[in-house]
Structure formats: C-alpha cells, structure tokens
Design a protein around this ligand. Structure first.
Ligand code: LLP
Length: 423
C-alpha cells in the first residue's frame, strides 16, 4: 500500500493532507511516512530472520536524527562512510557493535574515532588504508577489526555515477589484489580479519548482478580458507533498486533469500547495507509553483525547489514522478519543471507531461526520501529546507528550515575588514 495517496483528489501522507502541512511549514519541504519506513525495515528483518545476519542501514541515503532513531529503536545498525556519519549514528543510539565503516578516504582522526566507538569492522578499500588502520590501532594499543572490499568487476547495469564494482572505478580491490591484501592483513599485528565486503552499485533492478557477484565472493572466501584465513562476515553491500517510474525491482525477500542460499555453505554471517530501498519511497519533496513561462520551444514550470534541494535529476538525469498535490480536471501540457537556481542544469524534470498547473499550486516530487536531503546544499545561498515526519494523523518537524543567519553562521570577518557595526 502507498501511504502517499489521494483521498477525494487531495494528496495525503498517511492521514494528513499534504497541503495542510505546506500551510504550516512553508515550501519546499521533505515529508517522510513513518509507516512506510517501518514497513521497509520489517521487510528486510523478515527476509533475514532464520539466518545469522546484521542489517546496517546506509546513512548516506538519509541521516536525519529522527529517522535514525526509528532505525535504532528497531535494532538496525549502520553503514557509515565518514566521521560525521559515525557521530550521527552514535547520537541516535546505534551501538558501535552494529556499525561498519566503508569509504576510500578515511582519515587518521576518523579511524581513531571508529576504533574508540568499538565498531564491528572497517571495510577497507586499499592496502595503504590497511597499513594506516594498523598503525593507528597500534598507537591506541588496540586491534582493529577489518574486512577488505573486493571489487568483483561486475557491471551493475545502473548509472555510471552509481556503479562501483568495476575495475575502472575507485572502489575496493580486484580479487587478485584482495588476496594479497588478506595476506598482508594476516601479517599486520594490529588488525583482525573479520570479513569480506562487496558493493557493486546502487539502484539495481535485476537480481543477476547481485547473485553473480555473491558467487564470486563465496569462491574467494573458499580460496582464503585454503590459505588458512577464516572469514566470519560476508557483507553483500546495498544497492537494491526502487520503483521511480516503470522499473520493477526485486523485493528484498527475493533478493535476500537468493543471497542466503548462495552464502549458506560458507557459514558466514550475512551483512546487508540497504539505503535507498528503506527510505527512497518513504519520502517526497513538496514544492510550490512560482511562475509559468513559455517560448516557442518549451513550457517551463518554475517551482521553489531547485537542484540544491534535490540534485538527482540534474546529476544523474534521474526520473522522479511529479504530481499535483490537489488533483484537478485540466488538460495536460508538456513542460520542463525547473528551479530558481542560476544554472541551465537546474531541473526536476524535462519534457514532462503533467496536468496544467497554476501559480501558487503545490507539486509533489515522489521517491525523494533517499539521497534527497542528504545531497542538498546551500548553493545560491538557499537555506536548506525543512524535513517533516508523518505518523498517522500527526506530523513532526524533524529538521527546521534553515534561516539566513544560518547561512553566514560559520563565516568570520578578519579584523581589517571589520566596521563600526561589528562587535
Ligand atoms: N553500501 C555501500 C558501500 C555504498 O557505497 C552504498 C551506496 C550503499 C551501501 C547503499 O546503497 P543503496 O542501498 O542506497 O543503493 N547518490 C546516488 C546513490 C549513491 C550510492 C552510493 N553508495 C543516488 O542518488 O542515486
């Protein structure tokens, strides 16, 4: 069931009219449905039940503290890629033992903080990084738990910017190099080998690349076993796609059941790191029509949300459904839906067929709960928008709209530029 649905022509989030939220918080804003988040969490938990596993939500998809609290309360762990995400996860009450840390560029400071937090393991992306973790852990008199990220060289069949498991990209190590990496790890005194990690890309809509890469990793774990290297955790990454338009991705149950049957013979605990499939369709972006404009080539619908608020269309030419918040019987037009940013690349949709809209009316940009707010910026000195959580017939502002003062809060004026007005 879709918790963002129309009742008598009005778009609702669960039991609240979107337009009534807009009246109270202003536009643009993100709104998330609690019931949808819960449903997606439970789908993964259910699919994993009966097999030793750890479910780590990828914070990069949505790291709002209230959203993380929902996940923490459900016992979900975290897949992090920075010291900032570690901080957010810990603040939300996620135990270090359920945190895994990936990313090609971890700094000494970040590594130290993660060791101190007692994370489950580092997903290490190069032998340079492995040596660094060993050195930092040594200085702390600790043993750092590690997995190496193996790059199985499989095409995920998704947008190149969100494909990761191929040799031409910066992520992980090719299988041959990973073997050397594990031999090195075994020699290093301050790291402890825990697992193998892979993640081949995001918004995958087919099972085959997931299964093919899992089989490669299982064979690799066998190879390690022959060398006397024991692996406890197999981290299959995230990447399960969602429905933005017409795609029909596999359900988490189907994906995980298939993965479990491939992994079972290794005896490894399964780790999964979904991000988008938990949050993507649990959120929408609500924006107001500012102006209508046309030339001999195009119709433009100018709205108050721009690429700084939702960059996916501009960056990946990603498709997001856009619907009027109040359904009206009007003819359709084909238009570019664009924001106020001073860039031609600032659009939410191109040549989109939509019901005619008028100035002041609201539009809902669907499937914006993942990689929406987290990728937003202050470009053009636009305050970042509010985030709202709906649960039943109540809504909660879980991040308030930034103010103009917030925009300059961290600027500072050197003495020689100060004027009488400055304190
Ligand atoms: N694990 C690792 C190591 C990852 O790099 C990612 C995503 C995930 C898990 C979560 O993947 P998911 O389940 O969300 O597909 N900004 C892009 C997506 C970038 C994904 C980066 N890595 C977008 O808006 O489509």
């Amino acid at each position: 069931m879709d918790y963002f649905r129309y009742k008598q022509g009005q778009l609702y989030a669960e039991d609240i009219e979107i337009s009534s939220i807009a009246e109270k918080v202003g536009t643009p804003f993100y709104v998330y449905s609690y019931a949808t988040v819960m449903r997606h969490i439970h789908a993964v938990k259910e699919a994993l039940s009966g097999y030793p596993s750890i479910f780590c939500f990828a914070l990069k998809a949505n790291s709002n503290s209230a959203i993380l609290r929902i996940l923490a309360k459900e016992g979900v762990g975290a897949d992090i890629v920075s010291g900032g995400e570690l901080y957010r996860a810990r603040k939300a009450g996620i135990s270090g033992r359920k945190i895994i840390y990936a990313g090609v560029g971890k700094t000494d400071t970040e590594i130290r903080a993660a060791i101190r937090a007692g994370i489950l393991m580092f997903n290490v992306e190069s032998s340079d990084e492995l040596r660094t973790i060993d050195r930092v852990a040594g200085l702390m008199n600790r043993k750092a738990p590690i997995a190496l990220r193996v790059n199985p060289n499989i095409d995920a069949g998704t947008h190149p910017y969100i494909t990761t498991g191929m040799k031409k990209y910066k992520f992980g190590m090719p299988v041959e190099e990973a073997l050397e990496g594990y031999r090195l790890a075994r020699r290093l005194k301050n790291v402890k080998i825990m697992g193998v990690h892979k993640h081949i890309g995001s918004q995958l809509t087919e099972l085959a690349p997931f299964l093919e890469s899992a089989k490669k990793i299982v064979a690799f774990i066998d190879q390690l076993k022959h060398e006397g290297i024991d692996i406890k955790y197999l981290d299959v990454g995230g990447g399960l796609g969602i429905r933005y338009g017409e795609e029909i991705p596999p359900q988490p149950a189907e994906l995980l059941a298939n993965l479990i049957s491939i992994i079972r013979p290794t005896g490894c605990t399964l780790i999964t790191e979904p991000g988008r499939s938990i949050m993507g369709n649990a959120g929408i972006l609500v924006t107001r029509v500012l102006y209508l404009k046309q030339n001999e080539l195009k119709n433009f619908v100018i709205v108050d949300a721009g690429m700084n608020d939702l960059i996916r269309p501009s960056l990946y030419e990603a498709f997001h459904k856009i619907e009027p918040v109040v359904k009206r019987r009007r003819t359709k037009i084909s238009a570019d839906i664009v924001g106020p940013i001073c860039e031609s690349g600032d659009f939410l949709a191109k040549d989109r067929l939509l019901t005619r809209v008028k100035q002041g009316e609201l539009l809902a940009v669907r499937s914006a709960g993942a990689y929406g707010f987290t990728m937003s910026s202050n470009y053009n000195s636009r305050p970042r928008v509010a985030e709202v959580l709906v649960k039943g017939n109540k809504f909660y502002t879980i991040r308030k709209r930034e103010s103009y003062a917030d925009l300059i809060r961290h600027d500072s004026i050197p003495a020689f530029l100060k004027t009488a007005g400055d304190r």
